[in-house]
Design a protein around this ligand. Structure first.
Ligand code: ASP
Ligand code: MG
Length: 407
């Protein structure tokens, strides 16, 4: 049995016309004899709408109820797709997380997948049904609904493709038709990339590219599942293959493959903390235990036994992080907390950095020529990131894109 897993993102199912069009495409695909599992996101904007609704009631909402609400978007789109398929005489059924035992850990709104049952999916595939799984959701050991973090339907799709040993895992999008060297909505000279390695994609996803969820890329890498990102409705456009680095054709290898920007980070500074052993651990332990991802961390040189510490977290976690720091104030004994939401994180990503030198200097020089001030820097083997002022974001992307020959 040849199995194809396709994931349709929010923009692909944003209205009924598109859902009906997808149903027709599925009918054609089914005629080729493959077994089809579809993973569906919520209709575009729906999850944001639900989060807004929640935030109008609470700044730090009850986590269990939060997931109860934000998981509903995917239930609607997946059942609508099943109905559209039924209308054109295609047998289909939606199987939600409790039906397929998609078990996760207990971290609400950012849960990780622990296991997935295959019995129910296989039962329906054998009966020649198209199986539609609402993405983004799981259940914890309490049988409560959890969600997999923003963009989590990608993770659902990769995990399901993995557990079913699917022959193909395709992520279909209506707003972009692949992975680009920069966000084409911000910079119109960005180019589509044919092949990209898991490591580069992972960096790009963690650094602001919203095309693929980073946890999904990580899982695809672990399970060695090729992800094919392509357009939902335009079959003539070739997409991007995310795959192992050593299998990428030489002509597609670059020193810097992409420039990412992230406007969804915020900077927190803790002023006047005691510079004693264990203080960093005391600060970051409760934050990480809440599943909040801290990215850059900079500690100043201490004077008179006191120091300042600055770090970045996703904007959506800013209030939660502040709350945690305030709750721990007596233990941490700092003087002041400062937040800055008007930042942009600009990064260059490329596997070629492992063997080429002078890349960081070129990045800093290029930003300097554009009169852009850098406030934080961090590097890894294949990326360099800088925090800059939000207003300089577009200028930074275009000068770096040019500098590294990607225009
Ligand atoms: N609907 C969720 C979100 O907007 C999950 C997804 O689309 O993958 O983040
Ligand atoms: Mg998405």
């Amino acid at each position: 049995m040849k199995i194809v897993v396709q994931k349709y993102g929010g923009t692909s199912v944003s209205d009924i016309k598109k859902i009906k069009k997808i149903a027709l495409n599925i009918k054609k695909l089914k005629k080729t004899g493959v077994s089809i599992v579809l993973v569906v996101s919520a209709m575009a904007g729906e999850t944001d709408r639900l989060i807004k609704l929640i935030n109008s009631v609470s700044d730090v909402p009850n986590e269990r109820e939060y997931d109860q609400i934000i998981s509903t978007g995917e239930k609607i789109s997946s059942s609508l797709l099943v109905m559209a398929l039924n209308e054109i005489n295609v047998n289909a059924i939606s199987l939600d997380a409790s039906k397929i035992n998609l078990m996760t850990n207990n971290i609400h709104s950012k849960a990780s997948i622990v296991s997935i049952g295959t019995k129910e999916i296989k039962k329906y595939l054998k009966k020649k049904f198209v199986v539609v799984v609402p993405g983004f959701q799981g259940i914890n050991s309490n049988n409560d609904i959890t969600t997999l973090g923003r963009g989590g339907s990608d993770l659902s799709a990769v995990a399901i493709a993995g557990i079913l040993k699917a022959d193909r895992c395709e992520l279909l999008k209506d707003d972009v038709d692949g992975i680009y060297s920069a966000d084409p909505r911000l910079y119109n000279k960005a180019k589509k990339i044919n092949h990209i390695s898991y490591q580069e994609m992972l960096e790009m996803s963690s650094l602001g590219s919203k095309v693929l969820q980073s946890k999904a890329v990580e899982m695809a890498n672990q399970l060695n599942i090729k992800i094919y990102v392509k357009s939902t409705f335009n079959n003539s456009r070739k997409g991007t293959l995310v795959m192992k680095e050593d299998k990428i054709p030489i002509k597609d290898k670059k020193v810097v493959s992409g420039i990412t920007h992230d406007l969804k980070q915020a900077k927190i500074s803790i002023i006047g903390i005691k510079d004693t052993p264990g203080i960093a651990s005391k600060i970051f332990k409760p934050i990480s235990q809440s599943g909040i991802i801290v990215d850059m961390i900079v500690q100043n040189i201490s004077t008179e036994g006191e120091t300042d510490l600055t770090f970045t977290v996703p904007k959506e976690d800013l209030n939660k992080t502040f709350k945690i720091l305030r709750e721990n104030k007596s233990k941490l004994s700092y003087k002041k907390l400062i937040k800055d939401e008007k930042i942009a994180l600009i990064s260059i990503v490329g596997a070629g950095m492992k063997i080429h030198t002078g890349i960081a200097t070129r990045m800093f020089t290029s930003l300097a020529k554009s009169k852009i001030n850098i406030s934080m820097i961090s590097t890894s083997e294949i990326k360099i990131s800088c925090v800059i002022n939000q207003t300089s974001c577009k200028k930074a992307v275009s000068s770096l894109h040019k500098e590294f020959g990607l225009d």
